[in-house]
Write a protein that binds this ligand. Structure first.
Ligand code: FMN
Length: 168
């Protein structure tokens, strides 16, 4: 697939089929995640692939929306603040940038494999911390429900025009 076509094909899927993801597809997607770039190549991330029914149900209590209920898997992307790069000039922690690149690799790779995803950041952090028993240095940053969808139509992309986002 041409990269632009892949970018256009990815959208926030909020309608999942209760159908398991083939292990080879998940391996492929996670390889795309693993190869993501990061500041100073520190790779300050950890991922939990949650498919076990009990843990999955517990993870979903952190984001109580009807549409997530059928998702057969939720990947929890965690920032590792012990390993992140802080810029010397102002101390800026680059973990959020690093994790965002890895998560978007995940979403684009999933799209290419015929799977839907949705970024979810509006979740209850303490709930995820407790369910996954996360140590203090790991911050759950993004939940990514992933799975097949019945929805064939991709909604039209609503985005600012190029002129609106250009400074120079
Ligand atoms: C950092 C980030 C956080 C997001 N958090 C949520 C969320 O908590 N719940 C949700 O339904 N969508 C969430 N989204 C999805 C956005 O609403 C969606 O990407 C945006 O509206 C553009 O639509 P599209 O993904 O279909 O192109 C998030 C997206 C990003 C990038």
């Amino acid at each position: 697939m041409k990269f632009l076509d892949l970018v256009k094909a990815r959208y926030s899927v909020r309608d999942y089929m209760d159908k398991a993801i083939e292990p080879e597809k998940m391996d492929y997607i996670m390889e795309c995640v693993r190869l993501a770039p990061s500041a100073v190549n520190f790779q300050p991330w950890k991922f939990a692939i949650v498919t076990d029914k009990k843990t999955l149900a517990a993870v979903k209590t952190a984001y109580q929306r009807e549409w997530i209920q059928n998702a057969p898997c939720v990947i929890v992307a965690c920032s590792n603040h012990d390993e992140s790069w802080h810029r010397k000039s102002d101390g800026k922690d680059h973990t959020d940038i690093d994790i965002a690149i890895a998560v978007e690799h995940l979403c684009l790779a999933a799209t290419e494999q015929g799977l839907g995803t949705c970024w979810v950041c509006n979740f209850d952090v303490p709930v995820i911390r407790k369910v996954l028993n996360l140590p203090d240095n790991l911050e759950p940053a993004v939940l990514i429900p992933i799975g097949y969808t019945n929805k064939a139509e991709v909604a039209e992309k609503k985005r600012k025009a190029t002129e609106e986002i250009m400074l120079l």
